[in-house]
Ligand binder design. Sequence first.
Ligand SMILES: *Cc1c(COP(=O)(O)O)cnc(C)c1O
Ligand SMILES: [Zn+2]
Length: 437
Amino acid sequence: MAGEGDRERSSALVAGLAGISLRCGRCGTAIAADRSPGRCGCGGLYEVVYTRAPAIDLRAFERRLGSWEALDRSGVWRYRELLPPLPSERIVTRPEGNTNLYSHPALSAWTGCTNLIVKHEGENPTGSFKDRGMTVAISHARAVGARAVACASTGNTSASVAAYAALAGLPSVVFLPAGKIAAGKLGQAIAYGARIVQVEGDFDAAMQLVEAASSELDLYLLNSVNPFRLEGQKTIVFELLHQLAWEPPDWIVLPGGNLGNTAAFGAALEQLVRWGLVAQLPRLAVIQAEGAAPFYAAYRSGFVELRPVRAETVATAIRIGNPVSYERARRAIEFTRGVVEIVSDEEILDAKAVVDRAGIGCEPASAASVAGVRKLVAQGVIRPGDRVVAVLTGHVLKDPDAIIAYHLAGERRPLANRPVTIPPSLAALREVLDDAG
Ligand SMILES: *Cc1c(COP(=O)(O)O)cnc(C)c1O
Ligand SMILES: [Zn+2]
């Protein structure tokens, strides 16, 4: 059994993975970090445990901003002391992250929050925050000698898996709920060359199938059951705090679907406090779509239990009825004294129209966070002067159909921007321009 691949693999492990192990968050069983981490036998998920305290030097993070070195230029690997110590020759990076902060009077006016900043994760290489987790997980897959990778996805994970697998030279298989994927995302997965399997059913059905398939068929699983994805997603918080000169905001607001990001944000904040990098803890506000809100229901019932639902919402990236990261997301809410809120599809689409019209732009699921800020300000949970960062998770071009449908929908939409068709004459042009006032 000791072939070339195995020897290569064990030397990479000795070099790279000595500083971490994986521990089940439910039963505490620990395993070595040398394989595709599926679920623990008890049904729980593994977490990365750091066996050494990191040597953190904030000036090094600062210096790397001026470097052309690939790992320094990545908004993920810039913070590598806070990440799994993977062998640098196995790291696959575009580079990701480096996402900007924006504020705009229209966003403050619409939400009632004067100190609102948005962090645009749609500026990642494939247009969503998924790339931050993918660079870490694919690099781990290469370090342990994986031969092929797989995921189930509502769209953005598949776009990211397809791109990073292609960069790494690994075959990829993505499981998609048939007919439920936004055009931009499906187009990306096809273009980057993933093998695409459309499953008749919803995301949760595709998820079950890929979990079964990964253990049967020896596919390295890249869903957010994979703890390396969450390690990478923590860098949204690291980079944000770096951008804010390590002065935490009062609130971080984000959409919640499978709850991987919620879990990652909570874990990142726990670490920052433990390592003494921030003194005061921001509160998390997780926003779900009304039609896909099992986490909200659990929160409202004091986290007695999670009841899976049949999910329906225009925001396809959060159309998830049985969130994988429920337990760790619950911990994140409790640790940060966070809140969970719901918004309607109507509110999501109106928020998106405001973000888009401000010249910033995002996909529908991302706008849930902005709609959530508005609702929480109206409720008095967020005070109008609080420093609030809302995360925009995906790019405006991910879901063009949602844009067209909204703007052609007619009079009820105050921000609707209807294209007009005219004969090629100046008179006709004058008429429509006069109409527009
Ligand atoms: C994946 C995704 C989400 C949901 O994030 P979770 O970590 O699954 O809660 C939200 N918005 C966009 C654009 C996404 O791609
Ligand atoms: Zn377990």
